[in-house]
Design a protein around this ligand. Structure first.
Ligand SMILES: [Mn+2]
Length: 391
């Protein structure tokens, strides 16, 4: 009889990630907390899928310096899942000296709140009731060797139960894909390099990978689950974060994979070019369509180019002020230049009733053309002058 097994594959929770680029403390706190909420949301998925256990393919914590509050909250969330949770250390929470896994406080909280959590610190096969796990824990941040190399020989162990599905669990980069490290000479070296081509695929039933934050299949039986809660703006085409994987395996059969979306906050990118002052209205409606009233669930990377008249640039600044306040985060690449309209130049420079302003305006208008800093300052000064005249 073939035993079929369903489990959940997840990774890169990075609990305690600081999100220091979010200045507003209340927003930063919400984004930090959402990573924990994602673990809490796992409970529903566990119940719905009837999964036997959860595999966390590394980087459960963002660092070994997770606060006690983060450690306790993580253990409580994991404990609430009730089923076994097996995790390996990744590069962020590697099992080197001073690791979080050997800290007395973590051990105590784990024992009291998450007795179902098993952190695997040694590269040895783990025989469960219904599967065999081949873990590749990272024992340092950057491993120059292949952390899965030991698995090749271990699969030959005749004492392992032959009928149980065999699952490798690893964290790192695979050949030809993933993240690389810049070395000091500016060259690129690959660390934590998993050589899938050297793993005997016919002897494994699934390879659960972590480190890449999008969901991605990288072999017939090998997947990155991605991070359950998105933590950065989309990097390139096809990046697909905010999921976990429901995996059904049986010994010697192709695994069945189902992607389950679990992420909450939305990280979006928007580019807009201002062709004339009328395009400001189009821009405002574009933002309304993309985000609308749900600013407090969005992070937005906004790239703006083109040029606007003085008065329209002032209106743009007000629109941006609003979105800055509404969004969890507005990351702005603002390259819109101020190009006064004919009417604006005339209105400012030919002020018979106000000769001083007319003189200053004429001097600024003479300086606004160009890409240098002086021209940019002159354009802003002209905008300020214009708004003080209107006030
Ligand atoms: Mn990682």
């Amino acid at each position: 009889m073939i035993m079929s097994l369903t489990f959940l594959h997840t990774a890169d929770w990075q609990l305690g990630k600081p999100f220091a680029s979010i200045e507003e403390p209340s927003k930063r706190h919400r984004v930090q907390q959402e990573r924990l909420h994602a673990v809490q949301r796992l409970k529903e998925v566990v119940e719905k899928t009837g999964a036997s256990f959860v595999l966390v393919a590394g980087d459960l914590f963002d660092s070994s310096h997770a606060t006690k509050a983060t450690v306790s909250a993580a253990c409580a969330a994991i404990g609430s899942l009730k089923i076994p949770v097996l995790a390996i250390p990744g590069n962020h929470d590697h099992a080197g000296p001073g690791s979080i896994w050997e800290q007395e406080f973590f051990k105590r909280e784990q024992q009291q709140l998450a007795p179902n959590l098993r952190v695997i610190l040694t590269p040895e096969s783990v025989v469960l009731e219904n599967a065999i796990i081949f873990p590749a824990p990272l024992l340092r941040r950057h491993d120059s060797g292949d952390p899965t190399a030991w698995i090749r020989a271990a699969l030959e162990d005749p004492s392992l139960p032959p009928e149980l599905p065999r699952i490798a669990l690893a964290h790192g980069t695979i050949q030809g894909f993933g993240s690389s490290q810049e070395d000091e000479d500016g060259g690129s070296t690959v660390v934590n390099w998993i050589d899938l081509s050297r793993l005997p695929m016919e002897q494994l039933d699934y390879i659960a990978l972590g480190d890449w934050h999008g969901t991605k299949q990288v072999g017939p039986k090998a997947w990155y689950s991605g991070t359950p809660e998105t933590d950065r703006f989309p990097k390139g085409e096809g990046n697909d974060p905010g999921n976990l994987l429901k995996v059904t395996v049986s010994r010697g059969q192709a695994p069945a994979i189902e992607k389950i979306s679990i992420g909450h906050f939305l990280w979006k990118e928007l580019e807009f070019r201002f062709s004339d002052d009328a395009s400001l209205g189009l821009f405002a409606s574009r933002l309304d369509e993309a985000i609308g009233q749900r600013g407090d669930e969005h992070l937005l990377l906004l790239s703006l180019v083109g040029s606007l008249g003085i008065e329209a640039s002032g209106r743009l600044e007000k629109i941006l002020e609003s979105w800055e306040a509404r969004l969890l985060r507005l990351k702005l690449d603002h390259r819109v230049t101020i190009a006064p309209t004919e009417e604006e130049i005339i209105a400012l420079t030919q002020r018979a009733e106000d000769p001083l302003i007319a003189t200053v305006a004429s001097q600024l208008v003479a300086q606004i053309d160009g890409d240098d800093e002086d021209a940019a300052i002159a354009r802003i000064a002209l905008r300020e002058l214009n708004s003080s005249c209107l006030a």
